[in-house]
Structure formats: structure tokens, C-alpha cells
Write a protein that binds this ligand. Structure first.
Ligand code: NFE
Ligand code: MG
Length: 519
């Protein structure tokens, strides 16, 4: 008999996500992903100085503010006509700020958000050794405060006691590493979160030998952690849970806007980027060119006033909480009407398909270790492996880029403010493709739309009835126990969803959307 499983909220992610799955005969037959939190910022920008976008849009999220600040800056570069004249220092500083945030975010995702789906923290409860970290965690558990570690999914923990304990120690060390990565962002960003130095035209931070040395030293420690703990831990989990190479595939079509500029071509679709732009469809592993004009958002099943499928320049953000049939505050982005997954897996597939020998080597090594074909990448473990590979790749690259800074040379290109123009920022946040589109008239913002990674991944079904990527990943999944649906949360968390980012709208007048009685 069919039964509906409701997971609300999904914990250990950012923001408020509800998952509903209809399970029949032990298999998911229907799946719905709902963003349940209403917030955000697009409308706040209307009428303001466009430069405010690089500050205000960072407030969409405290996890990936660098991405929103930078993506706004890319859109503003075009608005102010400086998109072809970002200095080398400006370009490299932007890459360093963004790259250090990628490293922080990926470590956060694996250890703090996803690992406890696979690692049993209670293996520390009877620890009698001398490791001070494990003793602290043991005392914490003894107080009955499992808060950060719940929910736990009894019945499918597969690591040995020693492996579990080691992974818990690494979980704690990962907190230190994240602080270090935040500090690396702050070296050139000024502070973290919500850094101040990313602006239209470049970056305000001036590189100095001291700052270069400080950044490099932090990255040395981070790459050491990635090599010694992060990559081995991901491989260990993959070894014990290798069936998850066959679970959670989803739409098998991938989008990358590209990230880490290697030149300042004014056209973002022609700019050389360390991780390239493009679309990969399924296992043919061909990189197809992107035409941003084909991007649309629709709101058929979202609590917004109906617009049809519109390009972000024409997008609107008008809430309609009573809309019949709608089930999410997240919109449904589409490319040429098609559903695309975004994120580290999409990026590593773009690099692989684009002929990046280093990425091909790292991905092939992982596949060879598990005697797996590239199809296995389209999975829960494929997403975790891609994120870890990317973390290593980016952290190593940052150590090279920081040495290319030229102290004393300009970081910023000035521009006139009284413009009427449009601007598009195409970029990658840690969780995937991020686009900002701005329309400016007479030096003031007329419209602003952000299409965010988790909007692509966790969006609802569209007008053609095509479910979003995360919904497609859940469909067909075998659930062993409807009371304990760990398979479903493992799938959801492999996307690293952030609903704070995905739902980033607010009513301009701040009126009540609904009232709740708590009794
Ligand atoms: Ni709130 Fe964000 C990232 C952006 S994601 S974390 O990465 O943009 O949906
Ligand atoms: Mg939006």
C-alpha cells in the first residue's frame, strides 16, 4: 500500500526544506521538494544605487556570501562597462577570495552536514583512550546533548568502531579548518562572512607580501588537511557504502557557468575559466556551449504570481501564498526548457569533458579504485567525490595564484555612475551555477533577479510536469524502512542544498504572509 513519507525540516542542511515521498512496494513513486521559508532580497535592490548589490546580495546567505558578492560584481562590471578591463590583481584577488570560500564550504559539507549519515558518533560513547578531542565528544554525548549529531539513522552504519572514532575526531578538526579557511577569505576580503572588498571594477584590498605569506600559510595547512583527512575519509565512506554509486542519479544533465577567471574577456561566455562553462548531458561526456539567452525561470508550482517561463531580465518576484497547486517558495529554472543539475559534480564533469588532464586523472583514479564506469558519477557518492576532488584542485591552485599577485599594481578600475544598462553575472558558488541579472536606468536599479544553485537543484516540477533534479533523484529509490528513510536524506544532502540561497525573496513592504498559532 502506498504511504507518504514527510521529512520536514530536513536537518543538517542550510535553510528550511521539506521532502515528501510517496512510497509504494518499497519504492519512491512520487517526490516533492518544497522550500518552506520565505525571505530574501531581490526586491530590496529596486530603486537603489546598483553598487549596493555587491553588499546586499551577500546577505542572501552566510555560507556563500563571496559568491553573491562576486556574481553581483560581474553583473555590475557589465553595467558600468568595465567587464573587459578588470586588472590582473583584481581578477586574481577575486579568485583567491572565492577559492578560499569553496574550500571552507566543501569541508563544511562533508564533515558537518553529510558525514553523520555514514559515521556513527555514538562509537565515541565508551571511548577510554587519551585523545583530548574524543574525550570532549564523549563527555558531550554523556550529557545527553546529541543536538548537532541528530537525526541518526539506526541500522545502516557500516564503519568499524575505530573508523567511526577517527572520523569523529576529523569532524572536530574540520571546524578548525573551516575557521582557517574563513581567515584566508578575510586576508583579502576584509572579513567573513559578508566581505567588504569585492566591488564592481575589481577588489579594494591591496596585495602585500605579508598578506600573500599569510594566505599561503593558511592554504598549506588546508591542503594538508584535505590530503590527510578529507580525501581519505571520502574514499573510506565510498568503500563501505559503494551501493551509493548506484543511488540518486537524478536528471543526468549538468550545467556549469564556470569559475575562477583566467582572463578578462568582456563576454562571460567567452572568458577562460579554470573550471569551464558548459553543459554536459549524460555519459557522452561532451562539453556543449552555453547560450544564457535560453535560461528561464517559471513558477507553475511555486507560490508566486504566474509569469510563464521568463528570462531572468524579465523575471518578477511577486508572492502568491494561496496559489492553487503550488508547493514551494523555490522557482523552477530551466535551460531550453530542460532540467539541469548544478554543483561540484557538474563542474568536474565540465572540466573532465573539457579535456582538463588533472581532473581526468583524479576522477579516473576514483573510478578505477571502485572498478566503476563514468555512469557511477551520477550518484550520491559521485557528488561527494566530485566535491572532494574539486576542493583539492582549488586549494592547490590558490597557492599558485596567490604568488601571481603584484604588490603596488592596481586592483580596481574606476567608472562613471550615471548609466542606463543591463548586466549579467554568470559564476559558480560552491553549490553550483549562480547567475545575477540587473537592469539599471538612470543610475538606479530597475530590476534584479538571482537564479541560485539550489533553485536549480531543489526547484519544483515545471509547467511540463518535469520534476526538479533533486525530485528526480528521489524517484525510483528503494526505501528499506518508511520510519527511517535514511536513503532519502542521503540523496538530498549529497546536493548540499541551501534553501537560504534558493529562496531569496522578500515582500518589499514586509507584510505578513501567514500567521501561525503555536499551542
Ligand atoms: Ni546558501 Fe549558495 C552556494 C549560492 S546555494 S550556499 O554555494 O548561491 O544554493
Ligand atoms: Mg531569484
Amino acid at each position: 500500500m502506498a504511504e507518504k513519507i514527510v521529512i520536514d525540516p530536513v536537518s543538517r542542511i542550510e535553510g528550511h526544506l521539506k521532502i515528501e515521498a510517496v512510497v509504494d512496494g518499497g519504492v519512491v513513486k512520487e517526490a516533492r521538494s518544497s522550500g518552506m521559508m520565505y525571505r530574501g532580497l531581490e526586491n530590496i535592490l529596486i530603486g537603489r544605487d546598483p553598487r549596493d548589490a555587491a553588499r546586499i546580495m551577500q546577505r542572501i546567505c552566510g555560507v556563500c556570501p563571496t559568491s553573491h558578492g562576486l556574481t553581483a560584481a560581474f553583473a555590475l562590471d557589465e553595467v558600468y562597462g568595465v567587464n573587459g578591463s578588470i586588472t590582473d590583481n583584481g581578477r586574481i584577488l577575486r579568485n583567491l577570495i572565492q577559492g578560499a570560500n569553496f574550500v571552507q564550504s566543501h569541508i563544511l559539507h562533508f564533515y558537518q552536514l553529510a558525514a553523520l549519515d555514514y559515521v556513527d558518533v555514538t562509537a565515541v560513547a565508551d571511548y577510554s583512550g587519551a585523545d583530548p578531542t574524543l574525550k570532549k565528544v564523549k563527555d558531550f554525548i554523556a550529557r545527553g546533548h546529541l543536538g548537532p549529531f541528530v537525526p541518526r539513522y539506526e541500522g545502516d552504519y557500516r564503519l568499524s568502531k575505530e573508523e567511526n572514532r577517527a572520523a569523529v575526531a576529523h569532524y572536530v578538526e574540520a571546524l578548525n579548518m573551516r575557521r582557517l579557511a574563513h581567515e584566508a577569505v578575510a586576508v583579502f576580503g576584509g572579513k567573513m562572512p559578508h566581505n567588504m572588498s569585492i566591488v564592481a571594477g575589481g577588489v579594494t584590498a591591496a596585495p602585500s607580501v605579508d598578506k600573500i605569506a599569510s594566505f599561503l600559510w593558511k592554504l598549506e595547512q588546508l591542503t594538508d588537511f584535505i590530503d590527510t583527512y578529507y580525501l581519505p575519509d571520502v574514499l573510506m565512506v565510498a568503500g563501505r557504502y559503494s551501493d551509493y554509486f548506484g543511488i540518486g542519479a537524478g536528471c543526468r544533465q549538468y550545467l556549469s557557468f564556470g569559475v575562477f577567471d583566467l582572463d578578462s574577456d568582456p563576454d562571460l561566455t567567452k572568458r577562460q575559466r579554470f573550471i569551464p562553462q558548459g553543459i554536459v548531458k549524460g555519459a557522452d561526456l561532451k562539453l556543449r556551449r552555453l547560450d544564457p539567452a535560453r535560461i528561464t525561470e517559471e513558477v507553475q508550482n511555486s507560490w508566486f504570481k504566474e509569469t510563464g517561463a521568463v528570462h531572468p531580465y524579465d523575471g518578477q518576484t511577486v508572492p502568491d501564498r494561496d496559489k492553487a497547486g503550488a508547493y514551494s517558495w523555490v522557482k523552477s529554472p530551466r535551460y531550453d526548457g530542460e532540467v539541469l543539475e548544478v554543483g561540484p559534480l557538474a563542474r568536474m564533469l565540465a572540466s573532465y569533458a573539457g579535456g582538463d588532464k588533472q581532473v581526468q586523472g583524479m576522477v579516473n583514479d576514483v573510478l578505477a579504485k571502485f572498478s566503476a564506469s563514468p555512469e557511477a558519477l551520477f550518484s550520491v557518492l559521485g557528488r561527494h567525490a566530485a566535491r572532494a576532488i574539486e576542493c583539492k584542485l582549488v586549494a592547490e591552485q590558490l597557492k599558485q595564484w596567490v604568488l601571481q599577485l603584484k604588490p603596488g599594481e592596481p586592483t580596481f578600475t574606476d567608472f562613471p555612475l550615471e548609466v542606463t544598462a543591463r548586466g549579467m553575472g554568470l559564476h559558480e558558488a560552491p553549490r553550483g551555477a549562480l547567475g545575477h541579472w540587473i537592469v539599471v536606468e538612470g543610475g538606479k536599479t530597475k530590476n534584479y533577479q538571482a537564479v541560485v544553485p539550489t533553485t536549480w537543484n531543489a526547484g519544483p516540477a515545471d509547467g511540463k510536469g518535469q520534476p526538479g533534479p533533486m525530485e528526480q533523484s528521489l524517484l525510483g529509490t528503494r526505501v528499506k524502512d518508511n520510519r527511517n528513510p535514511f536513503e532519502l536524506v542521503r540523496i538530498v544532502r549529497s546536493y548540499d542544498p541551501c534553501l537560504s540561497c534558493a529562496v531569496h525573496v522578500v515582500t518589499p513592504k514586509g507584510e505578513d504572509l501567514s500567521r501561525f498559532v503555536v499551542g
